[in-house]
Design a protein around this ligand. Structure first.
Ligand code: SF4
Ligand code: SF4
Length: 496
């Protein structure tokens, strides 16, 4: 499968032994000049990159006040050290969150603090050298910005923000990551991460309509660019072609059909994902978000609903209004934006859907809380809605549901290992190793309760698990979309 060893699942997870530099030099491919320049970054490493990097760091310290607080306030208590899935899986001490922060903090101290300027060795300050830059490139791309460490930090230091700042500085000097930057360029040019043009989308959607008709005998539509529809559905483009994502898309379509609510997808805003967040670029995040605003205005919709995608929901829930608002042209009776699980849950609560749980009786399901949904957003109006609502949708759709160990779910959930722009084959080793804690928790419920399926509401988690599960001897089709369960259970045409 690959030229690295898959970690053994441990019966009693313990703090790993340290393997110094175990993943040093493990880095993603560097962006090519055309990928960089399309996003407004220098094409390649600038001659005066050191000066530009320090100037950029100064700018970020002014712009993001929390960054300076995070860099100043760590007391090295150690509470975060064993909380990162990449440290647990790789045993490399630089993957301890505090050590990852120190890669940037040491340079911050050297150039921006009195003690670091005059007594660098006393305060662990160091010059920004090429060696340091390479270390940044490697280890800041071994952080999925999942924020698990921040849950355990008594000061709330958010390593994800530090990792985003580091990536922003690297882009500014011409050292960007190919995977993220190439994808963002495709969204700017075509509208989605895949570079899928409108006619190809139309073909795919028509094919799905035929599949649903063959399965159910019912004409369920997947409309595209329909002016005057009530709802604009913005969903990750993986929903148009990848497994199990596509089964989730079929589920959304069935829910809209059964609820009798007119909806549409958009070719212009055919991507919910927003990789601008992964590279810490406000401007790129804004441009991607503005496509959604324009599509909503052009189509004259009343509501915007997001499909199953973790970081897309984080950007939408937390920043959409700042990035692309105000959305005062939408119907004020509905939240802006709304999550598809929230929408389906509301219909279930009102008795508007007939769900036959026994349709999923061949499954024993557990649920993976996606980190961006769990720790960087909410859902619905109730506290903890982001944990409760997806579980309630699952439980309304199947009879057999169990949760994984409490310290691996809700706000303590482990990242799937592929978030934050790491879902690329050039980082397969870190992806497999980073998945270890989730795989261990999954093995426990498989052995104890006979769990057969792992449900998720994130496009990245679904793709990551489909790839990584076989490394740990689980079947790849064990991963399912939450709306795939709804799709199986929904009884079409049984309600007025
Ligand atoms: S944000 Fe997540 S991936 Fe990054 S250091 Fe913290 S726990 Fe690890
Ligand atoms: S838990 Fe917070 S204060 Fe303690 S070492 Fe980690 S980042 Fe520093």
């Amino acid at each position: 499968m690959a030229d690295f060893e898959t970690p053994a699942l441990r019966e009693y997870p313990v703090i790993p032994h340290l393997k110094r530099d175990a993943t040093a030099g493990l880095s993603p491919f560097v962006a090519k000049p055309e990928h960089q320049e399309r996003l407004g970054f220098p094409g390649e490493l600038l001659d005066n990159w050191e000066d530009v990097a320090i100037a950029k760091m100064g700018e970020l310290l002014e712009k993001y006040r929390a960054l300076r607080v995070y860099l100043d306030s760590c007391v090295k208590c150690g509470a975060c050290t064993d909380k990162c899935h990449y440290f647990i899986g790789t045993e490399d001490p630089k993957n301890m969150p505090v050590a990852r922060q120190d890669l940037l903090r040491s340079v911050y101290r050297r150039y921006f603090t009195f003690a670091g300027k005059y007594f660098p060795r006393l305060v662990g300050a160091r010059d920004l050298t090429r060696e340091v830059l390479d270390e940044w490139y490697s280890y800041f791309h071994q952080c999925s910005q999942c924020r698990r460490c921040s849950v355990f930090c008594p000061y709330g230091i958010d390593t994800a923000e530090i990792s985003m700042a580091a990536r922003e500085i690297m882009d500014a000097v011409g050292l960007g990551q190919k995977y993220c930057n190439e994808i963002i360029g495709k969204v700017h040019k075509i509208g989605n991460n895949l570079g899928l043009p409108g006619p190809a989308m139309q073909d795919t959607l028509e094919g799905l309509e035929e599949d649903i008709k063959d399965d159910t005998g019912i004409d369920v539509k997947l409309p595209l660019d329909v002016e005057g529809a009530d709802v604009l559905l913005v969903t990750p483009s993986a929903d148009f072609f990848a497994e199990p994502h596509i089964d989730g898309l079929i589920g959304y379509a069935k829910v809209f059909h059964q609820a009798g609510i007119s909806w549409t997808l958009s070719t212009y805003a055919s991507e919910a994902a927003n990789f601008g967040m992964f590279i810490g670029s406000y401007e790129n995040m804004r441009q991607v978000s503005l496509r959604i605003r324009k599509a909503a205005l052009d189509l004259g919709v009343k509501r915007i609903i997001f499909g199953e995608c973790g970081h897309a929901w984080r950007v939408a829930y937390s920043f959409l209004d700042t990035l692309a608002g105000p959305f005062d042209f939408l119907d004020p009776r509905y939240p802006v934006p709304q999550h598809i699980c929230e929408f389906t849950y509301d219909l279930i609560q009102r008795g508007a859907l007939n769900l036959d749980r026994s349709a999923n009786d061949h499954m024993v399901v557990t649920f993976h809380d996606s980190c961006n949904v769990a720790r960087a957003s909410r859902m619905g109006s109730m506290p903890g809605g982001q944990f409760i609502i997806p579980r309630e949708v699952i439980k309304a759709s199947c009879n057999n549901f169990v949760d994984m160990r409490p310290d691996t779910i809700h706000d303590q959930t482990f990242c799937c290992g592929g978030g934050g722009g790491l879902l690329t084959d050039d980082l397969m080793e870190i992806r497999v190793k980073g998945a270890l804690p989730r795989m261990e928790a999954l093995r426990e419920v498989q052995q104890e309760y006979g769990v057969t399926h792992l449900a998720a509401i994130c496009a990245i988690c679904k793709s990551q698990f489909a790839k990584v599960l076989p490394y740990y001897d689980f079947p790849m089709d064990m991963i399912v979309s939450v709306h795939q369960l709804v799709s199986n259970a929904i009884q079409l045409g049984t309600k007025e």
